[in-house]
Every structure is written in C-alpha cells, then in structure tokens.
Design a protein. Sequence first.
Lengths: 516, 484
Amino acid sequence: MSICKELSRRTLQTFDTTSHAMRSLASKSLAVAALLAAFNVAVSAQQPAAAATAQATPPPPAAPRNVPIPKPVERTLPNGLRVVVVERSNMPLVSAALMIRNGGEVDPPQLAGLADMTASLLTKGTQTRTAPQIAEAIEALGGSIESGARWDASTASVGVMSSRIPNAVEILADVVRRPTFKDEEIERLRAQYLDDLTVALGQPGSIARYVASRVVFGDAPYGHPLSGTPESIARIKRDDIVRMHATYYRPDNAILVIGGDIAAADAFKTAERFFADWQKPTAPLPAASAKATATAASAQQRVVVIDKPDAGQAAVLVARTGIRRTDPEFFRGIVANSVLSGYSGRLNQEIRIKRGLSYGARSALETRRDTGPFTAEAQTKNESGAVVAGLLLGELSRLASGELPETELTPRKAVLIGGFARNLETASGLVAQVANLALYGLSFDEINSYINNVQSITAKDVQGFAGSRLAAGAANVIIVGDAKKFLPELQKQYKNVEVIPVTELDLNIAQLRKTK
Amino acid sequence: MLRSTRRVLQLSGVAFVVAVLLAVGVLVPRGARAQTKVPRLDYRERTLANGLRVLSAVDKSSPTVAIQVWYKVGSKDDPEGRSGFAHLFEHIMFKSTKNMKSEMMDRLTEDVGGMNNAFTADDVTVYFEVVPSNYLETLLWAEADRLASLNVDDANYKSERDVVKEEFRERVLAPPYGKLFYLLEQKSFSKHPYRRPGIGSIEDLDAASTEDVRAFHSTFYRPDNATLVVVGDFDQKQLDAWVDKYFAPIPKPNRPLPRVSVKEPERTGEMRFVEFGQNVPLPAVAFTFLAPPKASEDSDALRIAESILSSGESSRLYRSLVYEQQVAQSASAGADLREDLSLFSFLGILASGKKPDDLERALMAEIKKMQDAPVTAAELEKAKNQIITNQLRERETNNGKALALGDAAVLLGDPNRANTDIERLSKVTAADVQRVMRKYLTDTNRLVIYYLPESLRPAKPAEEKSGQTSKHERGARVEAGGGK
C-alpha cells in the first residue's frame, strides 16, 4: 500500500507482478562505443535540414566515452553450490541473493502458491531465531531481507552496507538452510496472503493479469497465480511446505550471487564460511519438471470480459505465448518488444500520445525456462475499453506487416541498451542481472555482448519475429471493467466474447467461471 | 517529497527482545563496528546574473550525466478553481517550444539510450534527464529552450489533458485505496492550498485553458525561480561555458514572484470523518497530525520516529499491530515533510474480521508508548543505520545524487544540507524523539478518517456523502463498522 505523492509524467512501472525477466532485461552493461553510433544516427534524423541559428537547433553530441564492464567470477563449492561474485565499488553497499532453481512452476495443481509461501516463510523462523529476531537482526544492521518465489526460482536476498556483509550472509544462510515452518507462522502468513488477495482482486489491473495467465497457459503450471488463489492458499498444509523445502532447497540446486563493494576473495570466503557445510542430500534432484506451458490452451483465441461494475477504469490486456529465455530468437524478441513498448514505443504513441486514451500503454515479453507470456496492456476509462483493445491488437499486426524504418528501429535499440546500462549502476541491479543469467545457464559473456546482440537485429528480423512468434491472430483479449460501457462495442468486433461477472470468477480453472 | 520511499506507507512495526539484541551484539562486536559514511557530495554552486542557481558535481564512475531543473512552483500554487494545474502544466512542458516539436525531449533522451521524466510535488516541480555524457550540451540547450519559451496548441493541449484525466482515474478511481489517499490531504488542511489535490479533479482540469498555460509559464518559469543541477561525467569549465551560452541570455522578468502566504490555523480539536468507497476490500483507518515545516529543527526527530514506528518488520507498528495483535493487514507511519507545514500520518488497513475501532485503539496505544517512554538505544541506532543505508541506495546513481542536492538547495535553502543530513540525524536523542511525539501527536491536533466499503454506509441519512461526521454521529459509524 503506498501513497505516491509525486505525480509523474511517465507511467510508473509498478504494473507488473509478472515480469522478473523483463526487469532484468532492462538491466546492464556498458560498452558505450557501439551505443554512440546509434545515438548519432538518431539525433541527426531530428535536425532540420537547414539550421537557422545556433540557438534554434540542438547542439550535436560530443565523442562518446567508454567504461569497463564489471566481470563476474565464479566457483562451485564441493556440495554443488554455485557461487558468483561481481565487484562494483561506487558506494559502500553489497547485495547477496541465494536462488533456488525452482519456483511457482513446481506448485502441485491443487496447491497454487506453495512455492511462494514456502519461500516467504524462510524469514519467519529458524532453529535459532524467531521471525521477530530475524527482522531485528538484519534491520539493526540497517539492512533488509526479502524472500519469495517467482517463476523458475525461489529467492532470499539481503542488502546492507559493505561493512556488515558477513553478518548479513550468516542470516541469509540461516533462513535458507534451517527454517522451522512453525504452524503459528504458517497461519499468520496464510491470513496475510488471503488479505493481499482480497486487495489484488479489487483492482482491475491485477485481475486482468491473473486472468491472462489462465487464458494463455490453461491448466499448465504457468497458468495459476504465483501467490495462489483464496481456495488453494486455504488448502496448503505444513507437510506440503516441509516437503517443498526438503525437495528443492539443496546446495546442488542453488546459486549464490554476491555483488557490490566487496573483493571477490572476501566474498568467496564469506560464502564458504556459511554454506560449505550445507549437506547435499543423497537422493537425486527431482527430474526437470514437465512442460510448464500448455500447448492445447493456445489453440483457440479467447475474448474474456470480467464484469466489475464498480471499476473506476477498465484494464485492457492482450496476451499470448511468447518465447523461452534460451530461445535463439531472444534478441529479436526483445527488440520487437522495444518497438512496441516504452514511452515512445508504438503502443504508447498510439494510445497515449496521439489519442489521450490512457496514462500509459506497454507490452512485456516475459521469458522463462519454458515459453513465457507476451502481454500488451493499458488502463482506460470504461467507455474506451473496446477501442483500446483494438489498438493494442492493431499494433501487433502492424509490427508484422508494416514498415519499420531504420529511423524508428535505431532509437528503440538505444532504449534497450541504455536501460540495460542504467540497471547495472546499482548493486541490486547488478546482482539481479547476473543471477538471471546464472539461473538460465547462460554465459556471463552475454553482459559484454548484449550491445552487439541488440545492434545486429534488423527490421526484417523484427518483422519476422512479430509474424511468426507474436501473431495477433493467436492473441487473447481480456478486459476487466464496467462491462455495460464497452461490451456492445466489443461484441461488434468479436462473436465469441465470454462475459464473467467478477463474483463468478474462478482462477483455479482455465474455464474461469465457477461451476455450480 | 523526494523521499517518496518515506511517504510510502509500508508495513512496519517494532519491538525488542533482549535476546535479540544480544545476538546482534555477538555478531557485530561494538568495538569493531566501523560506522559507514555516506560519501560527501563535492558540489559547486554559482548563480547567474539572471538569478538562475546552478549546482554541479563531477562523478566519472559511469559515462552518464543527470540533468535536473527544479522550479519553485508546486501543486500549492495551482490557480484558484484549477486544482491539478501545476501537474497538468508539467505534462505540457514536454510539448512544443519555440525550437522543439512536441515530444522532442524524448528524441533527445530516450532515443539515445537515456531517459527523462518529471514530477510535481506540493512545493516544487522537477524535470530530469539521464543521458550518455556526450549529450550534456544538447540537453542544456533543450532545458534552456523550454524555460525560455513554450508553445501550446489546442490539439496537443486537449490530448494531454485527456492523458491527465486517465492518470486521475488510474491513481484515484481504479486502486482500492485511491480515494482514501485523495481525501486524506483534502481533509487534513483547512485553509492552506495543500488542501487541494495535486492531481486535481475532472471538473477543474476541464476548466483549464491554453491561456492558463501561457500565464502559468510566464509567472513561474523564470530563471530566478529555477535551480539547475548537473551530476555525472563532465568537465566543470566546459559546463560553465555551456550554461553561460544557453541559460545566461534568458532575461529575468521585473514582475514579482507570487508566493503562497496563507497560514494554516492550528487545529483546536479532534476531527473525525467517515468516508465510503466503491471498492474497499478491507476497511482502513488513518490519522494525520499537523507538523512543523521541513526546515524545522524538529524534522530530524520526526524522521527518526517514523523509522522506529514504521521501517521494516522489526518496526513497532508491524511488530505490534500486524504480527502480534493481527489487528491490521498493514500499518505504517510517515513524516510527510513540506515547505510550509508538514503532516505526520498513520495508516492501517484492517486484517479480515477486525473492526476499525480495534485498529484505532491499537494505533493510539503505540502513539502513547512513544510519548510515555523514550525509545531504546538499540532502536535509535537501528533507525540511524536504516536511514544511512537508504541514503547510500538513493545515491548510487547520478540522478539520485542530483535529487539529494536539489532537495537540500530548494527546500532547505542550502545544498550542503545533503552532506550534513546524517550528522544532524546522528545527534537526535531518545529524549528528542519523545519530545516531538508529545508535542505534535496531541488529541487536539488529530484528524481521524475511517474508510469503509460502500456496503457499510448506514441507510440513513441518505444525503451524507463523504461529509464530516460530528462526534454525535460516531454511534452510527461504530455500528456500521460492526459494533464494539
């Protein structure tokens, strides 16, 4: 719950609960030479042919400067724990993240939210510390500790002043290795999850994203809400949590990333001190999970309206399958998405800048271990819900079939590269980027090659990707809002509109409607 | 204002167990505890003949530069009947100028791998860009251009006004507690223009014209009402020359600058309101207390109190209300420091099955504890450590450093306050915290809002729509909330 007093011109990027992957994409690396070639093209395109006075046109850029890119180093402990360290010393801060290579995708179908609850409970009590003692210990250092599950991973992380890092890693090791999962804490957390869900299910935006997952992935693992449903959260038992922890939380299924103002040798020493005696179980690791993405679910395009008569605004979302993180077309995908998304991306150009229909429109290509979702979304007054849906889909089609001039493509690549570089400026951003590469088994060289990889994408690559991997024909439409204000218009465009009153919404099943 | 993190009403709480402190003590022997310092911001300050103040700090750790222009005009300066105007105007500053087409600022930033944004707060409006450092001159030209001239055409204006109306819907109408935040400020001030909502209202936005835009620009957008802040990778001499070239020719008008002089009267008795919303998953209870201006000596102690009450899961409110009593789903306190006068506020969202009165009593008990006994030495040290760490995080980037300098210069009158802030905080004692809690968190200075779902609105009186309830009407509310 937050009061954000400042009113910003840009849409605040608080929309996504889903896009860890996107967040780390907008991450780091600086090999600015290549960047600058792009910059010059972009700006000269702006300048009037005949400059009137020095004052009337922008002065051109100076020569660009290079900087070194932080280079991660790694070591695997005898128990199988992979330790990665990346140094950056502009501020006396260090972040450390312990990542388990499984998250919400291993939730049993009836127990949606189990991985997230398990991870959240790590900080709620260990063999030697109660929940308040854990909070007290880390906060007394001026630091913080967080834990939770995402898709494909469960993470616990700390951030502290560099002088306090050994203490912080000791606490981190304690919560990951020795949680007690007391009944009292489980019940307290269950009540909080249910309250949080009540709040989330009151917002058109979050309802639309829950519905989109079900529509795109059906009953497959990525289909359920990461933090569960009111029904599944009520079903989770302590035994389920203990089993989840015993199965997946083991050194040979974990990655520790330490980044910031710390020497690599000290970081490795700290890692060994608190993790070397973490025993690897004799049982083999569970086999890689079954496909997290349903193939059947995407066959039929659905148009789903969740009728919420008291909604002050409609949330409009277009969703379909995207790609996995290791797809060879990854860079084509993120450049294609950048043409659509961002402040001056096509979606915001058409919906906000040209038509004033929303405070912000955006898309996300969320890449995971298995195929993740592609979503495009905007919130608008209820009356314009159908129009905005049409505009979102229209831009998806236009990307595949229309023109994409260099003067448009080049700046959209610069947006990606600049965002990547800015995210490397903070210890936590650096750690998030490195951890994500490690999680998906990608080379750290990708940090260095990121700029070249982006620059090498052509307009044809983008159009090809949009046509074959993001085709609008396979995209589903979801609108959550006051249906009477947009339904007649929507029904003119689609024959197969499913209207589900919010009171009859069931997120546990692909059909989405409560069965009576 | 810059400290949006502080205004954020987060989960929080506190509490202390001796064993915990001992455990911490074992981990971090006192003697070995080297206090981490926030690196000093070595800035340079100059003022041009036209009144423009320029602050700059060189930092070559990344090849980027942050450029900010702070204008001393905020939502409190909205013209009468035009609530939301300063913010709408901020959006218009990205439209055309004498030498730039609409959205050209995006071409000069986003298109070259940089970013731009702006925010409107109660007391200031701030525009900022982060770009590869070889674009510094380009952006100085652009900022000077929109300070010197603004062209508004009707079509652009109306379309952007529609965007702001959607922003209103997205912030106020769509989120479950949007209307509560919208009302909190309006109820908290009786005379001062802080009472007007910064986002405005649909009617006031509709009433605003392009003529208002032109008048606002010529009234407030002038060099002697602006502070330019540049932090990052640049050469100081070169910067000075560019500033002289692009900003110095902008004339200073002879007209006086209008300033808000309205004084908010002291509160003379507790005020209570019951508000109803369409989309309220769980009822909420909020208090506000009027507090002294941001530059007051008491602000530091109020910030420490905020941290002890509200920062993290070891904070007093989280520990007591959320964790132990489970009366709230979330509970927080915030020192919302403003130039003319501040608010110290509390917000709790009820846990399922609890009553607003339960939460109000629990919040009041925590306030009383802060007033009856000094906070512990460990709490005080923790709060200071947390504030130092937050400051380090804020200053990891050039943009964060520039925000710190701008805030100190424009709202505290001295950019060096960015360097002395931690030293001032470190001098705050437990007695100071207790004193300010007693001084400002009084019954007569308290405003209470219960925010309830529409379904709990009493059948009668039907015409009572978001109005003030007198103390006599409390009975109805209590009943609505589920009885005592």
